[in-house]
Design a protein. Structure first.
Length: 237
């Protein structure tokens, strides 16, 4: 079976320093794939290369096409979507307007209201707060808004950069439950996380990135019991 999304021997350099080196990974349709590793390992760099914000060598394919030379806008139009770590909401705009901005790349505008209703159904709190400005939301609500805005673009592949960052444990569990539920929409997910346990509990496949290189990979259910990973990332529990 061919992958929906794949990176083959991808290398990304800052000046002459290799931040990511010969990384290969793939995401099948409907899969949740996670990349875990310590801070500074190159996880965010990998996603920035995937969406086209950083130049890279190697091959990046999406739905059977080489997208390595396609600009960011072209990748987004193909429904490849990145949710950045910093969330980057428009704080002075309402929740509803932030969500509607997510649909800007859709050529067919007829289904926007239906998609908005679906997002409100998935995130009832956003519906309750749709008239509030984004800047007045809690951290968890802001993350829900970020995910909701991404879903407005009807993504085929959703790339999430540290979605649990800075959130309380109860909120983290809620966010990961939401991420797992996105399979129902037929959305594939590439998830970058420092919270290795939550990521592996949610994902189908995991990759471990250290100092820019994949050092381990396999089914997430196997990796979560690996003694080396338990010692390095899972706190020995």
């Amino acid at each position: 079976m061919s992958s929906m999304f794949s990176m083959t021997d991808v290398t990304v350099c800052y000046d002459k320093v290799e931040a990511v080196r010969n990384v290969s990974l793939s995401v099948e349709e409907g899969q949740i794939v996670t990349v875990i590793g310590p801070n500074g390992a190159g996880k965010t760099t990998l996603l920035m290369a995937a969406i086209g914000l950083l130049r890279s060598s190697g091959q990046i394919e999406f739905q059977g096409s080489d997208i390595g030379k396609i600009a960011v806008e072209g990748r987004v139009e193909r429904r490849l979507c990145l949710v950045p770590e910093k969330r980057e909401l428009f704080s002075d705009m309402s929740v509803a307007d932030n969500l509607l901005l997510g649909s800007y790349c859709l050529r067919d505008r007829s289904g926007v209201q239906k998609t908005l209703d679906e997002v409100y159904h998935r995130f009832p709190r956003l519906k309750e707060r749709r008239s509030q400005t984004a800047g007045t939301l809690s951290g968890g609500e802001r993350q829900m808004l970020t995910l909701g805005r991404a879903l407005m673009a009807k993504p085929k592949l959703l790339m999430l950069d540290e979605p649990s960052l800075g959130l309380a444990p109860l909120v983290v569990r809620e966010i990961f439950r939401t991420i797992a539920s996105l399979r129902e929409l037929g959305v594939s997910i590439l998830l970058v996380e420092q919270n290795a346990r939550a990521a592996l509990e949610t994902a189908d496949v995991g990759y471990v990135l250290e100092t820019g290189e994949i050092v381990q990979s396999g089914p997430a259910g196997t990796l979560i019991h690996d003694p080396r990973l338990i010692s390095a990332y899972l706190g020995g529990h």
